[in-house]
Design a protein around this ligand. Sequence first.
Ligand SMILES: [Zn+2]
Ligand SMILES: [Zn+2]
Length: 240
Amino acid sequence: MLDWVFPPFCCGCGQIGEEICPACWESIRLLSGQLTCVTCGKLIERGSLCPNCQTDPPTYDQLKSWALYEGAVRSMVTGIKFERKLGLIPYLVKPITSAISTWEPKVDWITAVPLGRRRQHERGYNQSALIAEKVAAKLKIPYSNELLIRVRETHSQVGLNADERRQNMVNAFTADPAFCRGKAVLLIDDIATTGATLNACAKALHAAEAEKIFCFTVARTDHHPISNPIFTEVSNERQS
Ligand SMILES: [Zn+2]
Ligand SMILES: [Zn+2]
């Protein structure tokens, strides 16, 4: 009924009719089928591990993402996060569920990267948790928002380099061994840039004796040298 009175318009091109139109949906570049680092999921040009994972491997076992953070995906992620376009969530839940079932990590729990209390209060919802909860239900894997907690607010990661991002996240999270001990956890977030936030979460889960830590994000920023403008654009946006 509301759709008839106020028809939705595409978050990508503005066309009236759907939250995202078929043409914008078709334009999405998926990460599956691209050459990515087996550990951190970053686009690479050759081999199986990116240089970072060779010299300084992350605490998590594997990170994968659904699509590149550009165009329609960027409009969807920022629309959900900053403009309350929650009608976009169902569009993401289906392909993310199927990407995770194809990947098939054996996990006991699904959780989402938590927001700090202040940000959660301001926004009224945690966009990653809304997605993770629905994906978990479809996959029939238990979901909990209690196993990982953000113990302090962090500064925006915008404009920070990889080291600064890592520094900013030190001791930002804590995890509950009652949930984690000996368990495999899949952590879901909306976007991965350097993976610093996910790795900080992974460190907390590891400290709480989680056995395996897998991460999945809706979007991944592209560090590929040819597409650097995309990364620059991301840096100018609000994040987290
Ligand atoms: Zn469109
Ligand atoms: Zn890597």
